[in-house]
Design a protein around this ligand. Structure first.
Ligand code: AMP
Length: 396
């Protein structure tokens, strides 16, 4: 069985074709600048990356171009489109409606649309991708896999905000959490790697990428996570502020003469380690700048690590202990200095990092010493594979 995995943004569309039984990636790539001009990146298994500039007025043309590349005589990986057995779509917000992945029909599309208020930047783009695929691949079964679904097991005390309760009742304003596919995949993989039952393990997953979140997984269920109603809450991120005093919004709006839209843009796009450092949102640039004596770059990374350590501490408290702490995503998988700085705060938990192992990048490895009371693992995330597995499970 071959599954086409789609992650659709407003002007981009990432894709992978995965052979479900072997879990091998047959081809992957992305369409960029949809609605502007159009660029297809296509990479077949074991082959060279191909880049084609071609007009893509809408996502429908983008999907058509991806499918043409997949069955292309020269570098295609499929004989015909009949070899696509299912499509798995990443959908960002499933609200309280979706605690699990689901096969897509008109009713599901309607329900995802109803969640768009909660994720106005993401859900409409995800729906465009779903509609474009349904238009082109008419009878192929499709699944929606939600970033929020894994966190629907959070207890009320974790997801309620201290706001008037009627806002929760009327508008469903609460913590939802994101990166659920990644947190679920990594926490399951950690249990496999340790040979421990998933349903009796206390795990903290640190998904540290450009967007970053931490999740407490107790006995196989998400019990708390750092992102909230939107992906803005929680950790200091690449360009997002994470937690701030809500009063700072009014204060800054007045001082800087910004309207709501302006201030939300600052919080999402001009803050985080980028805003703090004035250098970059990329941790490689920040490391280089720190080495060259840039104090603000160092302060930004220090603040990022401190915030992450505080969340880990609060989740160890929430679960009354922690067995394993996992690092994943761009920064978590590659940046040993950041991992070491975060783990440096965790001595009270009995965490001892193995300095040699901590030099590893992008591979599954035990980062802590054999006698460390808490285990630290590096587990590269694989959201596409997780979406593929969910899709196959639904179809079967
Ligand atoms: P992601 O959002 O998971 O794709 O992560 C992207 C981020 O990972 C980049 O913005 C960088 O900050 C970080 N990153 C990627 N590679 C490295 C590396 N080799 N060392 C440090 N940070 C890295």
């Amino acid at each position: 069985m071959n599954v086409l995995v789609i992650n659709c943004g407003s002007s981009s569309l990432k894709y992978q074709v995965i052979h479900a039984e072997s879990e091998e990636v047959l081809a992957k790539g992305l369409c960029e600048r949809i609605g502007i001009d159009g660029r297809l990146v296509y990479q077949p298994k074991g082959g060279e990356k191909e880049i084609t500039e071609s007009p893509m007025p809408t996502h429908t043309e983008a999907v058509r171009m991806v499918l043409d590349a997949l069955v292309n005589e020269k570098s295609g990986v499929l004989k015909s489109l009949d070899e696509i057995d299912a499509v798995g779509h990443r959908v960002v917000h499933g609200g309280e409606k979706f605690a699990n992945s689901i096969l897509i029909d008109e009713e599901v599309i309607q329900a995802v649309e109803e969640c768009s208020d909660l994720a106005p930047l993401h859900n409409p783009a995800n729906l465009i991708g779903i509609r474009a695929c349904r238009q082109v691949l008419k009878d192929v079964p499709m699944a929606a896999v939600f970033d929020t679904a894994f966190h629907q097991t959070m207890p009320q005390e974790a997801y309620l905000y201290g706001l008037p309760y009627e806002y929760y009742e009327k508008y469903k304003v609460r913590k939802y959490g994101f990166h659920g596919t990644s947190h679920s995949y990594v926490s399951k993989r950690a249990a496999e790697l340790l040979g421990r039952p998933y349903d009796s393990l206390k795990t903290i997953v640190c998904h540290l990428g450009n967007g970053a979140s931490i999740c407490a997984v107790k006995n196989g269920k998400s019990v708390d996570t750092s992102m909230g109603l939107s992906p803005l809450e929680g950790l200091i991120m690449g360009t997002r502020s994470g937690d701030i005093d809500p009063s700072a919004v009014e204060f800054l709006a007045k001082k800087e003469n910004l309207d709501l839209e302006g201030i939300v843009k600052v919080l999402n796009k001009e803050s985080g380690v980028y805003g703090l450092s004035g250098v970059s949102s990329d941790f490689r640039d920040l490391d280089q700048a720190s080495e060259e004596g840039n104090g603000r770059a160092k302060a930004a990374v220090d603040a990022f690590c401190y915030r992450a350590a505080k969340y880990i501490g609060s989740y160890a408290a929430a679960m009354n202990g922690v067995d394993v702490i996992c690092f994943t995503a761009g920064v978590g998988e590659n940046d040993g200095k950041v991992r070491a700085k975060i783990c440096g705060y965790l001595g009270y938990l009995g965490m001892t990092l193995d300095e040699e192992a901590n030099r590893t990048r992008g591979e599954e490895v035990r980062l802590s010493t054999a006698d460390s009371k808490v285990t630290a693992l590096l587990v590269p995330t694989n959201e596409e594979l997780a979406i593929c597995r969910e899709t196959v499970a639904l179809i079967k």
